[in-house]
Design a protein around this ligand. Structure first.
Ligand code: NAD
Length: 241
């Protein structure tokens, strides 16, 4: 692995057009569980897999079960989490003028907490919530502290997360911006994602360069197409760069 890290260090040193595309694995070292790892959210007490619960159908038809899972597993851990070495390295490269954008499937806003400013949140963020009737905005704390289903203080409407749930479409403005960054990137680093959640995972197909780097604990379907593959914990790997 040391040899691969050395190659990546060299590519990063020489580039001023790095783009990062990441997923839940970027935040596991901050204590936020991902979906598919051994201790991920697929292995919990809940009757349904996380992707079934965090869906539009569940929000509308099984609203209590949705918020039971969402508040405990997806919001509460985020409120106390701190960025790790991966988030910090990315923020530093942006400040040095080397990294153009972070494109993330995460909804924890830890990149912003680390100091990154150009962050494209493909799936939104748990930090923003709104009433589906009057659009009044609410904090993540309001949602977590509400009894069962969060309701609007003004009109009693359902307060939902500004997160793209399964069965819901992505914001095309964010997607198009992500495509622009990826298609013109010199180095594309893809980290902490199983690359199975579409359409987000499909965005890396727009990369045209010859420095596609995958940093992931486990193998992914894209390992064979990458120019450099590093299997390891992304925080540990990035702290060596
Ligand atoms: P995933 O759970 O499907 O895959 C995570 C991948 O990261 C796995 O391949 C795993 O091996 C790898 N991984 C775990 N810890 C790692 C580490 N320390 N270093 C490197 N790799 C590591 O996650 P996904 O691909 O992002 O897709 C799941 C969906 O769930 C996304 O849409 C995302 O929005 C959502 N999600 C987000 C969060 C979050 O915001 N932190 C947490 C859970 C799920």
């Amino acid at each position: 692995m040391e040899r691969e890290i050395e190659i990546l260090r060299d590519w990063i040193d020489k580039s001023d057009n790095i783009v990062f595309f990441g997923g839940a694995g970027v935040s596991t070292e901050s204590g936020i569980p991902d979906f598919r790892s051994q201790d991920g959210l697929y292995h919990t007490k809940y009757k349904y897999p996380p992707e079934t619960i965090v869906s539009h159908t569940f929000l509308t038809r099984k609203t209590e079960e949705f918020f039971d899972f969402y508040k405990e597993k997806m919001v509460a851990p985020v409120l106390t989490a701190m960025p790790n070495a991966a988030h910090e390295a990315l923020a530093k490269w942006e400040k040095e003028g080397k990294l153009k954008a972070v494109i993330t499937q995460n909804i924890d806003s830890l990149h912003q907490k680390a100091g990154s400013s150009e962050v494209l949140e493909l799936h939104g963020t748990v930090m923003k919530n709104y009433c589906i009737n009057c659009r009044r905005e609410y904090s993540a704390e309001y949602v977590v502290n509400s009894k069962m289903v969060p309701r609007c203080e003004i009109c009693e409407g359902l307060v939902r997360p500004d997160v793209v749930l399964y069965e819901e479409g992505l914001d095309m403005e964010v997607v198009n911006k992500a495509i622009q960054y990826i298609s013109s990137a010199d180095v594309l680093i893809v980290g902490g994602t199983s690359l199975v959640v579409y359409p987000a995972a499909g965005l890396i197909q727009y990369y045209k360069g010859n420095k596609l780097v995958l940093v992931n604990l486990s193998e992914t379907s894209q390992d064979k197409n990458a120019d450099l593959v590093i299997h390891g914990k992304i925080g540990e790997v990035f702290s060596k760069l």
